[in-house]
Design a binder for this molecule. Structure first.
Ligand code: URA
Ligand code: SF4
Length: 227
């Protein structure tokens, strides 16, 4: 079953030594949430609290994320929350390219197993990485924001929404309003659209977004989803 493989994968992450970050972590943070979540949230890497507890988004940025999810009509318990990199980089430095590469197979398999209809990428690193996995050209955070994109990752047709990282709003309070506008605006509409059409596992609901005559990923399609 996909569900038990997901829990097994989480265990593998907890024991992983594929990259040097394993040496400085307290706990790896595989991610958490329902195995059939319709929506995934992907952040950058665990911070101090996450490293301490082995759970994603449990520090100050996580508190803000919880309230943002509510603005989008979601409760934390119904989304699967994870990060591009599963172990904390020392001092919260940016993850290195080779660390991202080493860790990426876990994220791809999580997506294959969970089959979300929508992935919300918070921050530049998560957005850039998900675009790369989907074969989309990364247009920069400013252009990626504000609309929903479509792509295929790990064999799953899904929508990708990109916004700022909630931690950025802790240092730059002006961004909080922008995040709130994103989550109550285009992200909320994407969630409603993604979850509105019955059944789990990437069912019929996405068909019109991926119909053969629709423009392919990377060609500017997707605005219709947000209309
Ligand atoms: N920031 C992240 O990107 N991920 C977490 O889990 C916590 C903070
Ligand atoms: Fe393994 Fe990823 Fe942790 Fe590196 S960051 S040790 S690849 S789980």
């Amino acid at each position: 079953m996909a569900g038990s493989r997901l829990r097994q994968l989480e265990e593998e992450v907890r024991r992983c030594t594929r990259c040097p970050l394993h040496a400085t972590r307290t706990h790896a943070v595989p991610g958490e949430g329902p195995g059939e979540a319709g929506v995934m949230v992907v952040g950058e890497a665990p911070g101090r609290m996450e490293d301490r507890l082995g759970r994603p988004f449990v520090g100050p940025a996580g508190k803000l994320l919880d309230s943002l999810l509510e603005l989008a009509g979601l409760s934390r318990g119904e989304v699967y929350i994870t990060n591009v990199v599963k172990c904390r980089p020392p001092g919260n430095r940016d993850p290195r390219e080779e660390e991202i590469e080493a860790c990426l197979p876990y994220l791809v398999e999580q997506i294959s197993l969970i089959r979300p209809r929508l992935v919300i990428a918070v921050g530049r690193h998560a957005g850039r990485t998900l675009f790369r996995l989907a074969g989309l050209r990364w247009p920069g955070l400013a252009r990626a924001r504000g609309r929903v994109w479509r792509g295929r990752i790990g064999g799953v047709e899904l929508l990708i929404a990109v916004t700022y990282h909630p931690a950025a709003a802790l240092y730059n309070p002006g961004l909080r309003g922008e995040l709130e506008r994103d989550f109550s605006g285009f992200i909320r509409r994407s969630v409603a659209e993604a979850l509105s059409r019955g059944g789990g596992g990437g069912g019929a609901g996405l068909d019109r977004w991926f119909s053969p005559d629709s423009r392919g990923p990377g060609e500017g399609a997707g605005g219709d989803v947000d209309s």
